[in-house]
Design a protein around this ligand. Structure first.
Ligand code: ATP
Length: 210
C-alpha cells in the first residue's frame, strides 16, 4: 500500500478529484471533514473557538457561524494565525489517528490536505515529506474564482480574498509528484484520473505496523 497526499487551492477541485480516486479504490482521509467534525458543538475546536470569540460566533441553532468566523479571520492576518493555532494542532492529532487506521486497511490511502503548502511556499509540516507522493490539483486563479462564485455563493471579492490567504498555484506545483490539470471541464479528468491511479498503485509499499 501507499500513502498519497492531495492538495490544491480553494475551488481547484480537490474534492472532485479525490472522489474519483475513491471510486477507483483509494481510502480517503479528509482534513476538511475532520475540521468540520471537530467544530461540531462539544468538539475540541468548537469549545476553544467559543472561548476565544464568545457566543457572537454561534448561530441560533448552536452551531458555529463559519461565515462570521471567516469574515473575522480572512480580513486580518493576525486573527487567522490565532485561529490556526487552535485548529491545526487538534486537526493534526485527529488526522494522525485516522491515517493510522486507514493504513491498516491495506488499501492506497489518499490524504486530502488543502493547506499543505503555506503562504510562504513551504510545506506546513515536516511530516508531509513522508508521503509516498503528492498530487496537486492545479487550476488557474481566475477559474477557481469563477467556480467559487458560480457554485459556492462567494462574491468575487471574497473569493479573491480567500485565494489571497493561500499559497499560489506555482508554489504548490513545486511539491507535485503528479499534477492534475483541472482547468477544463470535468470530462477532461477521467483520463488523468486513470493515469494518476496507475501511478498511485505503482508506489512503494508501506508497513501497516509502522
Ligand atoms: P475547497 O477547497 O473549497 O474544498 P475543492 O478544491 O475541494 O474546494 P471542489 O469542491 O472539488 O474543490 O470544486 C469546487 C466547485 O467546482 C464544486 O462545485 C465542483 O463541483 C466544481 N468543479 C470542480 N471541478 C470542476 C470542473 N472541472 N468543471 C466544472 N466544475 C468543477
Amino acid at each position: 500500500m501507499a500513502e498519497v497526499a492531495i492538495t490544491g487551492g480553494i475551488g481547484s477541485g480537490k474534492t472532485t478529484v479525490a472522489t474519483l480516486l475513491v471510486a477507483e479504490g483509494a481510502v480517503l482521509v479528509d482534513a476538511d471533514q475532520i475540521v468540520k467534525d471537530l467544530q461540531k458543538p462539544g468538539g475540541k475546536v468548537f469549545v476553544e473557538i467559543v472561548q476565544k470569540y464568545g457566543r457572537r460566533i454561534l448561530l441560533e441553532d448552536g452551531n458555529l457561524d463559519r461565515q462570521k468566523i471567516a469574515e473575522i479571520v480572512f480580513n486580518d492576518q493576525e486573527e487567522l494565525l490565532e485561529l490556526n493555532a487552535i485548529v491545526h494542532p487538534a486537526v493534526g492529532e485527529e488526522m494522525g489517528k485516522q491515517r493510522k487506521e486507514a493504513i491498516k486497511s491495506g488499501k492506497i490511502v489518499l490524504v486530502d490536505i488543502p493547506l499543505m503548502v503555506t503562504l510562504d511556499g513551504k510545506l506546513g509540516r515536516d511530516e508531509y515529506e513522508l508521503f509516498d507522493g503528492i498530487i496537486v490539483v492545479d487550476c488557474k486563479i481566475e477559474v477557481a474564482i469563477s467556480r467559487l462564485v458560480s457554485y459556492r455563493d462567494f462574491s468575487e471579492k471574497d473569493a479573491e480574498a480567500r485565494i489571497g490567504t493561500q499559497a499560489t498555484p506555482e508554489q504548490r506545483r513545486k511539491y507535485a509528484d503528479f499534477i492534475i490539470d483541472n482547468n477544463g471541464p470535468e470530462e477532461d479528468l477521467s483520463q488523468q484520473i486513470e493515469a494518476c491511479w496507475k501511478w498511485m498503485r505503482s508506489l512503494s509499499t508501506k508497513d501497516p505496523d509502522r
